[in-house]
Design a protein around this ligand. Sequence first.
Ligand code: IVH
Length: 672
Amino acid sequence: MLEIPLNIIEKINQLKTTLQSASYAYYVLDNPLMEDVIYDQLYRELQELENEYPSLITLDSPTQRVGDKLNSQLDSVKHNIPLYSLENAFNFNELKQWENRWQKQLEKITEFNYICELKIDGSAIALTYENGIFIRGLTRGDGITGEDITNNLRTIHSIPLKLNIDNPPPIIEIRGEAFLPLQEFNRINEEREKNGENLFANPRNATAGTLRQLDPNIVSQRKLQFFAYNSYLFSKNANITTQKESLNFLQEIGFLVNPNYQSFQNLEQIKQYLDYWEIERKNLPYMTDGVVVKINQFSLQTELGFTQKFPRWAIAVKYPAEEVTTTVEKITINVGRTGAVTPMAIMKPVQIAGTTVQRATLHNSDRVQELDIRVGDTVIIRKAGEIIPEVVEVIKDLRPSNTHPYQMPSNCPECGSTLLRPENEIVTRCVNSSCPAILRGSLIHWASREAMDIRGLGEKVVISLMEYKLVKSIADIYKLTSFQIADLDRMGDKSAQKLITSIEDSKKQSFSRVLYGLGIRYVGAVNAQILAENFSNIDNLIQAKQENLEAIYGIGIEIASSVVEWFKIPENIILIQELKSLNLNLETKNNTQKLGNLANKTFVITGTLPTLKRSEAKKLIENAGGKVNNTISTKIDYLVVGEDSGSKLEKAQKLQLKIITESELLTMIDNS
Ligand code: IVH
């Protein structure tokens, strides 16, 4: 074995300490200690020494931030302490009611004050440090179990790899919010638009999506940040008795703490803070959606404790969705993949909730009439979470004199055929099945993450492929060559080859994803699974009669008739035959084993699941052969937990039952 000279060990340690302090000064204190080139030189020196003596690489080395290890999957890990969420107050009155409530609960109110912190709109994460070294980071998940995203969190420079404490406790857990600064969010979306990928709806989704990336290199390119707001020491630290001291402590040990917190004696004072930040938050470089009001004293926090869902000692005061005014430059209609027509207002670009917007949805023709929106009008638009805002109101007093009421076109702008609005329906549609808008939408849906998950086949690429007449149906995607793709605008050999690989990989997707991808009306991801399980293959489904479909638990009249009608269309049958000959999955694999797998298994579902309604989860379990009960007992095999799981979870833990999340349930069903 190679003998390691002592001076090398010392040199490596010095380099690590110097680089750690420089990084802390740069990322946390915003007060650089050295020029970037010097940092880079020292970093390279360390890297070279570590390459030579790999046994000296430690978890806290600054070279370990850029993850080169791909996450094969994200493991579910139980939290040391559950992550609670916060009760919301939507106005000052609700904040007062909260104060009344917590004060009534105490026998005696000792001296107290409040601390207000900005509520950062990102993703809550929990970091574990063992003997001062960062060893694990989890997403919030359902609060009980999170996903292991350690490799991704290592790339965030405001998360120290080693705490700045002389005698660190054996375990310390830090909670806080990972988020994307708005500028970074906009940069990522611009890049995604260029690559023809779907845009992130808001910084919160972009943060959650980035944190769950399997490739830490992608994470390191998106400059995530982290604000710490809580620490759990698992050992008494007599010096920290208030939230304010806790924030100071977090800062001392190396974390970035949002500097805009403030202490107050009473709610009247807090009102001013709330009013101030309601306006001022628009100038912050990151997104905030409210203020968290916390009782400062830990003694009172302990006395008050938690409800099943929230701490009683804190509340989030939420700001209303942002609204701004702008003027309408044009009104157009957009045709979706089902042929549904959505009127849109194209406006003078404005900044709202951190992004520049130019389009707002007008929902449908009734809404257009109701608003009487006209080109030239001044409108109020609101963005409530999603990337496309809506028009809330037309300010008629500001209407110029020469405007005309807007007439919805009677023909499809893409194919010219007559638009129809069936009686009793609110939606106007293009019913020409060969309308390019419908094909475009169908291809985008087919390639989407929830369906066939063909990375690199987003809107822009689909539009190019259609322009060059390379695809006229879903099946044509599988006939593309890398030469054809490389010839498209903004595509090179490398991205073409990548796209060909993802297209080929998509052939392995399950039958239920294929069914969902076909875009049959009312057949969402859940109904597609139910159909795939009940009919085992596409031929059975094609032959199914309305009554066979309706007989299935969870499939109603509308879904049944939509499926029957879809398979009556000759072009659709041709598509299915083509997909069959292209070797896509048109049958449920290992069906007998599947029923065997969930058969004899009994589940209880508790809390709010992230995407499925409880009734949907129940359907899925039952369709896969399992049973669902309401009460916990030793006879139960699995407890499926969602957000705000209460006493059932505790009971299940006592009985040591297996506790799983929605995604684990779906994997069980998918793999069975
Ligand atoms: S304290 C037990 N403080 O808000 C109390 N939460 O709706 C835990 N959040 O999931 C929360 N900024 O991710 C707290 N300064 C702050 C926060 C904050 C953002 C998020 C947090 C949590 C959500 C609750």
